[in-house]
Design a protein around this ligand. Structure first.
Ligand SMILES: [Cu+2]
Length: 163
């Protein structure tokens, strides 16, 4: 009886989820199998639903992130909500400084380049995105906006991961 009830609840909530999602743009990371997320030097993609902490990060046309520095405990799953407060496209891309610099160079050479991976969120003006991440290594990591010109203008933030 109890098992049957649990199954019914799961089925009901799955149906509700499907109804809510109808006609909407799928949230970032949807369909990602997080158990098989690629381990990167700065961590791995994680289910934002499992996050205990949400960090809202505002992006402005003054080429700044607010906050520009975030402290996170190693192993903690964080749900980032990048909010575009500007009039132009912005994005939040997680990485090491080295990787972000290389990626920014690439974006400059190929401005129309399509790039979309679990560690980045592109956000249209007036919208917000979602990014689930688990920082698995202590150290200093960064987030940048790699829209050509933005990174160079200082659109960069720092993540301090404590042991
Ligand atoms: Cu930007």
């Amino acid at each position: 009886m109890r098992l049957w009830l649990a199954a019914a609840i799961i089925a009901a909530s799955a149906a509700t989820g499907a109804a809510l999602g109808h006609g909407e743009k799928p949230p970032a990371g949807k369909g990602v199998d997080y158990s098989r997320a690629e381990q990167m030097p700065f961590g791995r993609a994680a289910d934002p639903k499992k996050a205990r902490r949400t960090v809202r990060v505002e992006m402005t046309d003054r080429m700044r992130f607010h906050p520009a520095e975030i402290t996170i405990k190693r192993g903690e799953v964080v749900r980032f909500v990048p909010v575009n407060k500007g009039q132009v496209m912005h994005e939040m891309v997680l990485g090491t400084m080295d990787e972000l610099q290389k990626h920014a160079e690439l974006m400059k050479k190929h401005p129309g380049m399509e790039h979309d991976e679990p560690h980045m969120a592109h956000v249209a003006p007036g919208h917000q995105g979602e990014l689930g991440w688990q920082f698995t290594t202590a150290g200093e990591f960064f987030y940048g906006c790699l829209i050509p010109g933005h990174f160079e203008a200082g659109m960069i933030g720092k993540v301090k991961v404590t042991p």
